[in-house]
Design a protein around this ligand. Structure first.
Ligand code: ADE
Length: 224
């Protein structure tokens, strides 16, 4: 999979995309993540990527020319399955959407900025707008990092234990069961006996019951 991220503040993306599972997935060639700055596609002396909005509102709007040139350049090199814009207007990211994106070949993620993006770029190129929740961030970089993290971790092979991404919370619209590690007793609190039983059938049954109980109690909306 290849993910091209377009951002006018690329520094915000460096650390989240270069640690842990995302770092290993790139090193092992499962995913190629390339960050581009539209500023490199400006043609004016000031390398201006944003401008005042027509109509006189406060805030700056991303200009269409540099982003259009950058996307045209990328699309001349390969075809893209999805060109995503991070925006509070979009569909809210969930596990189903992350699963779907993880099956695609090439995607572009354009990070929003301040007041937004010239509508003509949205109309011309954007195939999907994704929000990470009903709140407003300063820019789309953190949202892009969240999207990429949720997508890359489920590419087969990204997580060492082949099973663990499939047993993630939300994969079957259920919350995950509680987990414990050593010691078997801490401050008088014991790990449930069943987990020490060594009986995989009983353990799985207990985990499913716990998942269902937690989902009913904490997120009944998921069961609808
Ligand atoms: N940009 C600003 N707020 C955002 C949000 N909630 N999700 C995605 N992109 C955003």
């Amino acid at each position: 999979m290849r993910i091209d991220i377009l951002s006018v503040v690329p520094e915000l993306l460096v650390s989240p995309l270069n640690e842990s599972i995302l770092k290993r997935a790139q090193q092992s060639g499962l995913v190629e993540i390339v960050i581009h700055n539209p500023r490199d596609y400006t043609t004016d002396r000031h390398r201006q990527v944003d401008d005042y909005p027509f109509g006189g509102e406060a805030g700056m709007v991303l200009k269409p020319e540099p982003i259009g040139s950058l996307i045209d350049h990328l699309c001349s090199e390969r075809s893209y399955d999805e060109i995503i814009y991070t925006s509070p207007d979009g569909i809210t990211l969930n596990q189903h959407e992350a699963n779907r994106l993880s099956t695609l070949g090439n995607i572009i993620i354009l990070c929003g900025h301040y007041k937004g993006l010239d509508q003509r770029i949205r109309d011309t190129y954007i195939t999907r707008e994704i929000s990470i929740g009903d709140y407003v961030l300063t820019g789309g970089e953190l949202a892009a990092a969240v999207i990429v993290d949720s997508v890359v971790r489920i590419i087969p092979g990204a997580i060492g234990d082949g099973e663990s991404a499939l047993t993630d919370c939300f994969q079957d619209d259920m919350l995950a069961p509680p987990v414990y590690t050593r010691p078997a007793e801490w401050r008088g609190m014991k790990v449930p006996d069943v987990l020490l039983s060594g009986n995989p059938v009983l353990i799985r049954q207990w985990q499913q019951e716990q998942s269902l109980e937690r989902t009913e109690r904490l997120r009944p909306d998921l069961l609808k």
